[in-house]
Ligand binder design. Structure first.
Ligand SMILES: C[S@@+](CC[C@H](N)C(=O)[O-])C[C@H]1O[C@@H](n2cnc3c(N)ncnc32)[C@H](O)[C@@H]1O
Ligand code: SF4
Ligand code: SF4
Length: 413
């Protein structure tokens, strides 16, 4: 009977994985599960989606799921590891203050819970690293198609939508789309280049307050950011827009896509994040799309060490942690996350624009789960992973992200 992270980016072969040894926690009494989460019931247990800016979900196995009555758990039955993971994720409460639990039900296990939903292929920037600059062809789907896709994602068990693009703020109907997601009882974030944040009013402003967070992308600070994004004055608009939204009750966070050239600006980005009490997820530029064309140089986690640990920074590098706890899935996020482009194509990896596994409106839960499993298996078909015994009894590792430097160096060594 255990609770684990649904997924972490650590490949078991690169880290010490601490397993739940079943030792009981020795605590008594009952606690409530937090109603500020989405509980997805599936044949092999429950997936709990926790509303934060990055991938963050727990998996409760079938025994634990069955022991939960009326959203209360008996502490005496929990192992120390399970107790700690539930406590660390803020899932155990002394009372639930009349909160209403959000439940969903899936007839298939191992469906993704997280989806990037691209609202448009229009964008006013031309970023030096953009992974999908070649398919930013101005295609702009109808609102009804976007709303149908939100219904489809929900049907497929998705409980967290990352609204993206292209540039989502270029849609006049963004307010209605956000409202629809919010009424569907699905958590969402909005990822933006930030230029139009300062113009949000009325229904859009209200819709943005319903987001877990608006996440603003940074490719450096000041002129370096504007040059990388081919958009002069953008950084200044970001500062003004972030302060304006924050003052109006919208949670703001940042993604800093780090390269050899822009890491020097991380302290300035931290200052900006602190003005709006936001956090920064620092991620390496993946060398695909424009980044490949422009010969951008990415970095390893080592470059980040002088800045870490930092209360504002979260680490978005794959596969670098030395110690990690057991998760249901390890390595690449493919088994838990999908991306849907503006034409409704499902990409199991947002960075790999050539890989499509069907149309979001047409695919069945069984088809999606089987496709993700099959593609994850294919990714393991390299000399390093072929000998590995980790996946003998079912897929738990999809290989560390193919775009991670560590993985690439292993492949070529
Ligand atoms: C494609 S953008 C779409 C949303 C919006 N236009 C923006 O720039 O925030 C989504 C995120 O991917 C990041 N991104 C783009 N190309 C990347 C790459 N090659 N490697 C890593 N992240 C990348 C962007 O900086 C942004 O944070
Ligand atoms: S990263 Fe975002 S802002 Fe930049 S070109 Fe791509 S979609 Fe546009
Ligand atoms: S499948 Fe590959 S990446 Fe995953 S643990 Fe095994 S060798 Fe490592």
């Amino acid at each position: 009977m255990k609770a684990l992270d649904l997924h972490n980016f650590v490949a078991p072969c690169l880290s010490n994985i601490h397993k739940d040894n079943g030792q009981l926690c020795g605590r008594k009494g009952e606690r409530f599960l937090n109603p500020k989460a989405i509980y997805r019931y599936q044949p092999d247990g429950v997936v709990v989606t926790i509303p934060t800016m990055s991938l963050n979900a727990l998996y409760l196995d079938k025994d634990l799921a069955e022991s939960i009555e009326g959203y209360t758990v008996s502490l005496a039955d929990l192992s120390e590891a399970t107790y700690q993971v539930l406590e660390d994720k803020g899932l155990l409460l002394d009372n639930c203050a009349g909160g209403k639990y959000i439940e969903s039900h899936c007839r298939v296990s191992n469906l993704p819970y997280y989806a990037i939903l691209e609202l448009t292929h229009r964008c006013q920037c031309k970023c030096a690293t953009c992974y999908h600059w070649s398919d930013l062809d101005n295609y702009h789907p109808k609102k009804k198609d976007i709303l149908n896709r939100i219904d489809s994602l929900k049907r497929l068990g998705v409980s967290m939508i990352e609204v993206s693009g292209g540039e989502p703020f270029l849609r006049d109907d963004l307010a209605e789309i956000l409202n629809y997601i919010s009424l569907s009882s699905v958590f969402f974030t909005v990822v933006t280049n930030g230029e139009l944040m300062g113009r949000a009013r009325d229904r859009l402003l209200w819709g943005l307050t319903k987001a877990v967070s608006v996440i603003v992308s940074l490719d450096g600070a000041e002129d370096r950011h504007d040059t990388a994004r081919r958009r002069s004055g953008l950084y200044k608009q970001i500062i003004e827009g972030a302060k304006y939204l924050s003052a109006n009750g919208v949670k703001i966070n940042f993604i800093f896509t780090v390269t050899e050239e822009n890491i020097i600006d991380l302290p300035k980005a931290i200052e900006l994040a602190e003005t709006v009490q936001g956090k920064i997820s620092v991620r390496p530029a993946k060398i695909v799309g424009a980044a490949l064309e422009n010969k951008i140089k990415s970095l390893t986690y080592r470059a980040l060490l002088p800045y870490m640990p930092h209360p504002v920074i979260s680490n978005g590098f794959a596969g670098n942690q030395k110690d990690s706890f057991e998760a249901k899935f390890h390595g690449c996020a493919m088994p838990v996350k999908i991306s849907v482009d503006a034409r409704g194509n499902i990409h199991p990896c947002v960075m790999d624009r050539d890989l499509v596994i069907g149309q979001i409106e047409k695919i069945s839960p069984e088809g999606l789960s089987a496709n993700l499993h099959e593609i994850s298996q294919k990714y393991l078909n390299n000399p390093w992973c072929k000998e590995c015994k980790i996946n003998e009894n079912g897929l738990v590792c999809a290989g560390v992200c193919r775009f991670a430097r560590k993985f690439q160096s292993k492949q070529t060594s």
